[in-house]
Design a protein around this ligand. Structure first.
Ligand code: 5AD
Ligand code: SF4
Length: 468
């Protein structure tokens, strides 16, 4: 993979298509063909889309956010909850209108939702204007798909899930100039009973440590100040590989790269979060003191039904250990409300866990049944309305905790990267090691630089000032 925002060529078997496609695009669309990538879902998808953009750029397309002017549109989809899927159907329905105005437009759908056979079938039947559909493990073959379609082939459906090593040498065009995603693994072997990910992304596969280090180095040289390592379950990085590099070791290796930068990572599974990892976070200066550790439910009974391989007590002792070893650690988590069979008593255990741990922020979801997952056939008698009430109760509790903890930030100094513009002119924002946003006065040229910010007050967001 490459981390620089410039044209790079493939070395992964797809290179033969590049010059042929460039010539074909010129004939079909003129000198400057345009492509749009529409992304749904998680950071992994955002990162995958950056690779799709890299491929399209290498083929000669310029990237645009304006779908009306695009000659090629690709929808990179998410399947983790029903709502995400509904949004995708709404969006791809618009392609019909775009094609009326631009008959030679090519439209593609890829990603986790497209990987499901039932979805691919629906697109085949009900969305005849979608030209190309492909799954999560073959996206490096986009040049081949575009070449075939430009050559007049029938609609393309490629849903194989070969579970082969992650393909390297895919160009990438990153959205950010100083904060970037770096995928280290893909897939999941855990089969939590509610989750569709293992079915649509396939088995866990880790990239070679050297490839990751090379890419991290290239990113740092290109000016990236924050690198977020990505994987469905980063803690199990390297499992089953000959190289013997654990996730903790990988973190140390990246931490040793010269330069001033921050390393973040997500997502961690509590069952694989070792003391070695906690010590690594403590010891490595460049690793952010932030742990996203989804617990999903505070009830051991529900955790068993979810197939999570830990119980409430084990999770809480892990948190205790994390707080002991890294006193300034910021904790965040994912929670599912209304898993099949969950009672209000179970839910109260989620509330009490949230109260006990005091997370800096939470990502909360109402359970959504997913096709062919074990939980989808478990009895689920609690109404959606009732689950909604529980969900609101959880949000209120988290708000109270956040409000109570505001004081803890005031007067403290954080090293942040100047990001975006603040809510008014002359202001910028930054993220503390957790997820708190702080706004401060800064000039435009500070963008992407590290600054020490002292937090002075809270007015909807934290307000602070540069002290160096
Ligand atoms: N319903 C609701 N939330 C889900 N998640 C995963 N699958 C489902 C589902 N079927 C949530 C989990 C996971 C996060 C990425 O999405 O909390 O950690
Ligand atoms: Fe889904 Fe569980 Fe794997 Fe996370 S660890 S992707 S929730 S199966």
């Amino acid at each position: 993979m490459f981390s620089v925002n410039e044209k790079v060529l493939f070395e992964n078997g797809q290179e033969g298509y590049v010059s042929r496609i460039r010539d074909m695009l010129k004939i079909e669309y003129g000198e400057s063909p345009k492509a749009s990538v529409v992304t749904f879902g998680c950071q992994q998808n955002v990162s995958d889309s950056e690779h799709l953009k890299g491929i399209l750029f290498s083929l000669g397309y310029s990237i645009t956010d304006n779908l009306e002017e695009a000659d090629f549109i690709i929808y990179n989809t998410c399947a983790v909850r029903e709502h995400a899927q509904d949004r995708v159907y709404g969006n791809i329905g618009k392609v019909k209108g775009y094609k009326k105005k631009k008959p030679n437009l090519i439209a593609a759908v890829c990603g986790c939702m497209a990987q499901q056979e039932i979805v691919a079938e629906k697109i085949k039947k009900s969305y005849p204007y979608i030209d190309i559909v492909f799954g999560t493990q073959v996206s490096h073959r986009l040049p081949e798909f575009i070449y075939k379609r430009l050559s007049g082939s029938k609609r393309i459906f490629e849903l194989s899930l070969p579970n082969e090593p992650i393909v390297e040498d895919v160009p990438v065009l990153r959205d950010g100039k100083f904060k970037g995603w770096l995928p280290i693994m893909n897939g999941c072997n855990n089969f939590c009973t509610y989750c569709i990910v293992p079915y649509v992304r396939g088995r866990e596969r880790s990239r070679e440590p050297q490839k990751i280090l090379d890419e991290a180095k290239a990113m740092i040289e290109a000016g990236y100040k924050e690198i977020t390592l990505l994987g469905q379950n980063v803690n199990s990085y390297g499992k089953g590989c000959e190289h013997g590099v654990t996730f903790a070791k990988l973190l140390r290796m990246i931490n040793d790269i010269e330069g001033d930068f921050v390393i973040r990572f997500m997502t961690s599974h509590p069952k694989d979060c070792t003391e070695e990892l906690l010590e690594t976070i403590r010891d490595c200066k460049k690793v952010s003191r932030h742990l996203h550790l989804p617990f999903q439910s505070g009830s051991s009974r529900i955790l068993k039904l979810m197939n999570r391989y830990y119980d409430r007590e084990t999770y809480l002792s892990l948190i205790k250990k994390a707080k002991e070893l890294i006193p300034d650690v910021s904790l965040t988590s994912d929670i599912i409300v209304g898993f099949p069979g969950e009672t209000y008593e179970d839910f109260k255990e989620t509330l009490s866990l949230v109260k006990e741990v005091e997370f800096s922020s939470l990502f909360t979801f109402i359970y959504s049944p997913r096709n062919n997952t074990p939980a989808a056939s478990m009895p689920d008698i609690i109404s959606r309305k009732e689950k909604g009430k529980w969900f609101d109760e959880l949000l209120r509790l988290q708000e109270e905790i956040a409000e109570k903890n505001i004081e803890k930030y005031i007067g403290k100094t954080y090293r942040v990267i100047c990001d975006d513009f603040g809510s008014s002119e002359g202001y910028m924002s930054g993220h503390t090691n957790g997820t708190a946003v702080v706004e401060f006065k800064a000039d435009e040229e500070m963008l992407g630089r590290f600054v020490d910010i002292k937090i002075n007050s809270y007015e909807g967001v934290f307000k602070g000032e540069i002290i160096n």
